[in-house]
Design a protein around this ligand. Structure first.
Ligand SMILES: Cc1ncc(C[n+]2csc(CCOP(=O)(O)OP(=O)(O)O)c2C)c(N)n1
Length: 326
């Protein structure tokens, strides 16, 4: 326990590791996409790493996580395997979805990563189905749905929320509010841009936190997980954040006119990794040297994942229909 920060040191070292792993993974994927080594589109998570890493820090392997088109960070934070997700992005048989899914259709039930879906809002209702199953099985499992503010433009979000509340399900709704749905800012889509305010009429336990601050997110979600495990019903956490790169791909979308360079720069100055690393170094949880070593180790791990993926086999076209309804 660190007295000054009032936190369990090992937890925040794990969160830092998870955030660095996601960052390096995504930076590597951006490079791979630039070199046109992969065919599937990639929606990168750079800038939002604190959310997945802090939300998943205390989840159990048996808890369920559901994700979106921006899936890599959620998968890695839930204990996913870097090799398997990299191979999936290369559409290889050794990928977590056996090369059939690519970046947006990630699945690995061994770590409770139930699915990611590019149908905006689509995975929320399925996550609520898992929460219902968890309640029926009564083994203390929690179901977590990650989604963006764009998903709250969809009816399925409100129906899922209502169902989870009425049935007191062990469900946590995690809204990563980065203000944009593709190239549309929130104020052009929503009468009230605050998701947490909008859902208050549902009588749900709700909190709004700085999505670039792992301390805030971890503290808030901890109470929500406890509530869910104690059969006290669902919660919603709105995490305000920003994506550094374009909606899809490795650009910054500065030529389209929906966001300004100065805004991107301001958010980049609020890098969640730098923030947490500085706090941990200043409070003597880790040293600068340990931090650098950590970065090197993770960089190597990601480089090895690229080698693993490239050496993996492509699915045999003969099995193309396998797993489909026919
Ligand atoms: C039902 C549906 N409508 C529209 C789209 C097209 N689309 C893909 S991603 C996206 C934006 C989603 O924004 P948000 O949910 O905030 O997530 P973010 O991209 O910001 O992570 C849209 C509209 C889609 N995939 N599915």
């Amino acid at each position: 326990m660190n007295e000054k920060l009032n936190l369990k040191e090992s937890t925040f070292i794990s969160i830092l590791k998870s955030m660095i792993r996601i960052r390096f993974f995504e930076e590597n994927v951006a490079e791979i996409a630039k070199r046109q080594e992969i065919q599937c589109p990639v929606h990168l998570y750079i800038g939002q790493e604190a959310i997945a890493s802090s939300i998943c820090a205390d989840l159990r392997n048996s808890d369920y996580v559901y994700s979106t088109h921006r899936s890599h960070g959620h998968y890695l934070a839930k204990g996913g395997d870097v090799n398997k997700i990299m191979a999936e992005i290369y559409c290889r048989e050794e990928g977590c979805s056996r090369g059939r899914g690519g970046s947006m259709h990630v699945i690995d039930r061994n770590v409770g990563f139930m699915l990611s879906s590019p149908i905006v809002g689509g995975s929320i209702s399925i996550a609520v189905g898992s929460a219902l199953a968890a309640k029926m099985k009564n083994k203390g499992q929690v179901s977590v749905a990650f989604f963006g503010d764009g998903a709250t433009d969809e009816g399925v979000f409100y129906e899922s929320l209502n169902f989870a509340i009425v049935n007191k399900l062990p469900m946590i709704f995690v809204c990563e509010n980065n203000s944009f749905s593709t190239h549309l800012p929130d104020f052009l889509r929503q009468s009230n841009t605050s998701v947490s305010e909008r859902v208050k009429g549902f009588n749900i336990n709700v909190d709004k936190v700085d999505g670039n601050n792992p301390f805030e997110i971890y503290k808030s979600v901890g109470k929500m997980i406890e509530k869910a495990r104690n059969n006290e019903g669902p919660s919603l956490i709105e995490c305000t954040t920003y994506r550094w790169l374009s909606h899809v791909g490795y650009w910054q979308d500065l030529d389209i006119g929906y966001r300004k360079k100065v805004d991107v720069e301001q958010w980049m100055n609020r890098c969640p990794i730098k923030f947490l690393a500085n706090e941990l170094i200043q409070n003597e949880v880790i040293t600068q040297d340990e931090f650098i070593k950590l970065e090197e180790e993770i960089k190597n791990q990601i480089n090895n994942a690229v080698i693993f993926a490239k050496n993996s086999s492509s699915p045999d076209p003969i099995f193309i229909m396998e797993g489909l309804y026919n």
